[in-house]
Design a protein. Structure first.
Length: 619
């Protein structure tokens, strides 16, 4: 607790001189009191509604915020809120409807309720009334007394927010078979909160991260780590996050880059902001202030591999328990959030002789984010290459006696990994592609001190140069067919229909395959180079994969034949370019019937930019 400086004698109120005049105050507010001789200051304390309303909300859903310090009012609120829903859903309530999400606190400050004096006395053991002058900035007795009263008052508010609001909501809903997600109380920090205590009283603690945050580590790190800490401390297996707030029409790869960082900070379930309901097939769809993830986005039909990637990461990061070397005690005062320490954590651990759980060799500008969980006898490490280029490194894990495996969440494959056990650690060579994430899993006891595997040798077999035939859908402002002599972004086209095109265009090309490629030992990969944003590959009529993250390549072994072969690549970009084009179009010339406005956005590179190559890998 920060101690206030001493007050001058003339500024101090003698507690023995304070008189409670409540009994002589009339209902109309008038005061009848025989004033003793001397100079008196009469202080009148009251409270009123803040007038705060929920936001953002449509007019039909707008109303006054509930008194979150009151069990009675919170209970009345949630009952009135859910009764009509329960009546409408009937047997589906508590079955199909299984969760209620409590968003971040955005109602402004509250510091009083009807039963505040009784709540204070019950929790702190003394009557607050004689000390009310301290709440107005007066010094009663001395600075130390007022500091202690103010500490108790703030602590009482923090306890009441947690116990009279979040605990009441969760208990009520749990009795109806419904669990709660809760940001409890979120990043606004407008209240005297105890973030850890608030999150104790929800089933699934939540944090929040935004798409557009310039410094996400600074803006949302505390909130996300706070949610993860609540989960770890209170034995809750799930850590959720309001994810990708403030975005627009983004590609899966862009979302991956952001999401991977937060996976490494402890999140294991994303709650998209916003996956809004889409009652109409009106492109580009509707949402609030979040990234568009719904059936009306351009890549909705190609979303499966990205969603599987998120699911695999979430599943793996929900296994077992979080592993950490350090626990810290939060300040018992309020507000109470994570401390910003003067001594780096590494310095503390070095003094204790605790070696890092993970270390890696660091080429120039390299950055690897990571997190560690343990399920039984299996250690699970999630590693992220947070740089825009490949990274070859050696990672040292503080673990011995187990085989290392490489689990690739983007492709859903598990491979044995090379490793070397040295003293009290295991060193694993890791070859990251650009922005790649991997799980390194240690299981299966072994006495083998080292194991190695040769890296595959690659051989460029062909580059599929132009011309390419490109088909575009009707009714989207572009010609239905164009021929490209060489691959380039659609935004480079002189045809405005192509320049501002959003959606899916199909590239088609035929090429010759020599007999020398058709051998059992050949492992053939198609690499489409740069693509913006998603590519679906079809070889000789057979689907060969949806490419959405780097490297944009897929295996085509067994799909090629000697002689003439046909390749089709369906490329999908996002809605931004079409919306920019429509903003510039005159009246009646818009392609989309949409009022969505894109601010300060340049055209995004789109289409198949290449080069498209066929590569043989030899092991």
């Amino acid at each position: 607790m920060t101690v206030s400086p001493g007050a001058s004698t003339s500024s101090v109120i003698d507690p023995a001189s304070v008189i409670d005049l409540t009994s002589v105050l009339s209902a109309d507010g008038s005061l009848e009191w025989k004033v003793p001789a001397g100079n008196w200051i009469i202080m009148r304390f009251g409270y009123s509604l803040t007038g705060s309303k929920n936001r953002p909300a449509v007019p039909a859903g707008s109303g006054y915020e509930v008194d979150k310090l009151s069990k009675e009012h919170t209970l009345a609120y949630i009952k009135e809120y859910t009764d009509p829903i329960a009546e409408a859903l009937g047997p589906l309530y508590g079955k199909s409807l299984q969760y209620v999400m409590l968003d971040s606190w955005e109602a402004g400050m509250q510091n009083w309720t009807d039963d505040m004096l009784n709540e204070f006395k019950k929790r702190r053991g003394y009557n607050l009334t004689p000390y009310l002058p301290c709440l107005s900035g007066r010094v009663l007795g001395n600075s130390d007394i007022c500091d202690r009263v103010l500490w108790d008052f703030r602590r009482t508010l923090a306890d009441m927010f947690a116990e009279n609001h979040y605990a009441v909501l969760t208990e009520f809903l749990n009795k109806q078979g419904i669990k709660t997600y809760g940001e409890a109380s979120g990043v606004s920090l407008e209240i005297l909160e105890d973030a850890l205590l608030c999150k104790k009283y929800v089933d699934i603690p939540m944090g929040e991260f935004w798409y557009r945050a310039l410094n996400p580590e600074l803006m949302y790190y505390q909130d996300v780590r706070g949610a993860a800490s609540a989960s770890h401390i209170y034995g809750k297996n799930l850590v959720a996050a309001e994810a990708f707030t403030g975005g627009g029409f983004e590609s899966p790869y862009t979302l991956k880059k952001i999401g991977d960082y937060w996976f490494a900070q402890g999140i294991n379930r994303f709650v998209f902001h916003t996956s809004a309901h889409q009652p109409l097939d009106t492109k580009p769809g509707n949402t609030m202030v979040g990234t568009h993830i719904n059936r009306n986005i351009t890549w909705a039909e190609q979303a499966e591999p990205f969603m599987k990637y998120l699911s695999r990461n979430s599943y793996m990061l929900q296994q077992g328990k979080f592993v950490a070397d350090l626990a810290y005690l939060l300040d018992e005062g309020a507000p109470s959030t994570m401390p910003i320490w003067e001594t780096p954590v590494k310095t503390v651990l070095d003094k204790l002789g605790v070696k890092p759980d993970v270390e890696y060799s660091k080429p120039l500008d390299s950055k690897v984010d990571w997190i560690h969980r343990r399920a039984g006898d299996t250690d699970i490490y999630f590693l992220v290459n947070s740089t825009d280029g490949p990274l070859n490194t050696e990672v040292r894990f503080r673990i011995t006696g187990k085989e290392a495996e490489l689990w690739d969440p983007a492709r859903g494959i598990i491979l044995p990994s090379g490793y070397t056990i040295r003293e009290n650690s295991t060193v694993v060579p890791v070859h990251f592609t650009e922005r790649q994430s991997l799980f390194i899993v240690f299981r299966n006891r072994t006495d083998l001190r080292t194991r190695s595997f040769a890296q595959p040798a690659s051989e460029l077999l062909a580059t599929l140069a132009g011309p390419w035939e490109v088909s575009l859908p009707a009714g989207m402002g572009a010609p239905e067919k164009i021929t490209l002599s060489s691959l380039e972004s659609w935004t480079a086209s002189k045809d405005e229909g192509v320049k501002y095109f959003s959606g899916t265009a199909q590239y088609t090309k035929t090429f010759e395959v020599p007999k020398s490629w058709i051998k059992p030992e050949m492992r053939l990969m198609l690499d489409v180079g740069k693509v913006c944003d998603v590519a679906e590959v079809i070889v000789n009529g057979t689907q060969a994969g949806i490419l959405w993250e780097s490297p944009f390549s897929t295996e085509i072994t067994g799909l090629l034949k000697k002689g003439v072969n046909k390749i089709e690549i369906k490329v999908t970009n996002q809605w931004t370019n079409r919306l920019i084009g429509d903003q510039k179009a005159g009246a009646g010339k818009k392609v989309l019937n949409s009022s969505v406005f894109v601010r300060g956005k340049d055209l995004s590179e789109s289409g198949l930019i290449g080069p498209v190559t066929i590569i043989n890998y030899t092991y």
